[in-house]
Design a protein around this ligand. Structure first.
Ligand code: 7TS
Length: 405
């Protein structure tokens, strides 16, 4: 049994908000449990020293907690601590690879292979990189059901493919892409693979050894952690060979006026005072997830997803985008004759928070022929009751707006 009633007690926002508050926007960012808030506040109130430089007790405590968090992240995805770089989020993690590995290794005519279902943060860094290096962008298309069309791999994976950067779980369709197959196809042509795992790491077990990706990026704030912290995992041999991203304090070994040598990994990529409190908060979020059990969370979310799909499909005039067999608990939809922004506003009046918009995936919207969709996404604190409330509120809006006939 998944004890959602007790889990909700760990999230102080539910006591602050009106009783009818239903949060269905965890794909954008998740709510935070008290233990994460306490970990962040604890750093600031008890031992707020800088890390890696202070030879006094609270400085050593800060370093131990910050590095301890790195260890928790590493264990969470089955990696070695040295291959975990703290960044600001998924976006910065992807940019780090684009500015260092890609600009060093790509030349005119090389191909960067993406998909049509990427979040903007896994499109734009490569557009900028292609403009500078002369590399060519290619995009694996998606089918009507929101799955990737991998029927002609030879069209996409060629001897020119040098980098494959692909979303693991779609933030629009929920589709979980066949990442191991994609990685195999990439390795068969000698390409490097980056996985955008922003939507998968919080919801399913991701094991980088088993997946065997080269790079993996995700965000703390989508997994109950603070904003301002994310992770880039990289295979150590790749990270070692990459030039630094940002220059400054702590990323160096020696500095003279005209040149410098670099610190070892991962610190070579963490210039300046890092996001100490946020990284410590992410460690607390991982502790919280582990306490419940990620497998249990995944199972529960699948149950909620199936329930929500069943109930939502009964709503007249609703159009749900994406029907992959393997998918996460995120549902994008539109209701005939009602703009999703209007729908979101009406739901908000009933205390229900969904996202309406293009979800930072404008190319998906264009292909679907819509400017926006509504989106409901679920996490540990959601219940079947939330699904019922969502459906009732959508139906009420349809009646009020004279939507679907
Ligand atoms: N990649 C994916 C798959 C995402 O869903 C997001 C954020 C990002 C990258 C960027 O993460 P960030 O933490 O660096 O901003 N997705 C969403 C969303 O779906 N709604 O709001 C943010």
């Amino acid at each position: 049994m998944f004890d959602v009633k007790n889990i909700r007690k760990d999230f102080p926002i539910f006591a602050e908000q009106p009783d009818n508050f239903v949060y269905l926007d965890s794909s954008a960012t998740t709510l935070k449990p008290q233990s994460v808030i306490d970990a962040v506040a604890g750093y600031y109130s008890k031992y707020s020293a800088n890390v890696h430089r202070s030879i006094y007790t609270i400085g050593e405590q800060a370093t131990a907690e910050y590095e301890g968090s790195r260890g928790k992240v590493a264990k969470f995805i089955n990696a070695d601590s040295h291959s975990i770089i703290f960044t600001k989020g998924t976006t910065e993690a992807i940019n780090l690879v684009a500015y260092t590995w890609a600009r060093k290794n790509l030349k005119a005519g090389d191909e960067i292979l993406l998909t049509e279902m990427e979040h903007h943060s896994n499109l734009i860094p490569w557009q900028l990189c292609a403009q500078e290096t002369g590399a060519i962008l290619k995009h694996i298309p998606f089918n009507e059901d929101g799955t990737l069309d991998l029927s002609e791999p030879e069209k996409w994976f060629t001897h020119k493919t040098k980098l494959v950067a692909v979303i693991h779980q779609s933030n629009v369709f929920g589709t979980v892409n066949p990442i191991k197959d994609i990685i195999k196809m990439a390795y068969d042509v000698g390409a490097i693979v980056l996985v955008d795992a922003a939507q998968s790491v919080p919801h399913q077990t991701v094991d980088v050894q088993d997946m065997d990706c080269d790079f993996l990026a995700f965000s703390g704030h989508k997994m109950l952690g603070p904003t301002g912290v994310g992770v880039l995992y990289g295979k150590p041999e790749l990270l070692e060979a990459m030039p630094p991203f940002l220059g400054g304090g702590e990323m160096i070994r020696t500095v003279s006026l005209n040149d410098s040598t670099w610190n070892g990994i991962p610190w070579k990529f963490e210039a300046g005072t890092p996001n100490i409190a946020q990284a410590i908060g992410l460690g607390a979020a991982i502790d919280y997830i582990n306490k419940i059990g990620l497998e249990k969370i995944h199972e529960y979310e699948q149950e909620l997803l199936n329930y929500a799909l069943e109930k939502m499909q009964e709503i007249p005039g609703i159009n749900i985008y994406g029907a992959a067999q393997k998918r996460g608990a995120v549902i994008s939809f539109n209701v005939e004759n009602i703009h999703p922004h209007d729908l979101a506003q009406f739901l908000d009046n009933d205390g229900i928070a969904i996202r309406a918009g293009h979800h930072c995936a404008q190319p998906i919207m264009k292909k679907l022929g819509v400017s926006a969709t509504g989106r409901a996404s679920f996490y540990v604190y959601n219940s079947k009751e939330d699904v019922v409330r969502l459906c009732e509120s959508i139906e009420k809006t349809i009646k009020f707006m004279g939507g679907s006939k």
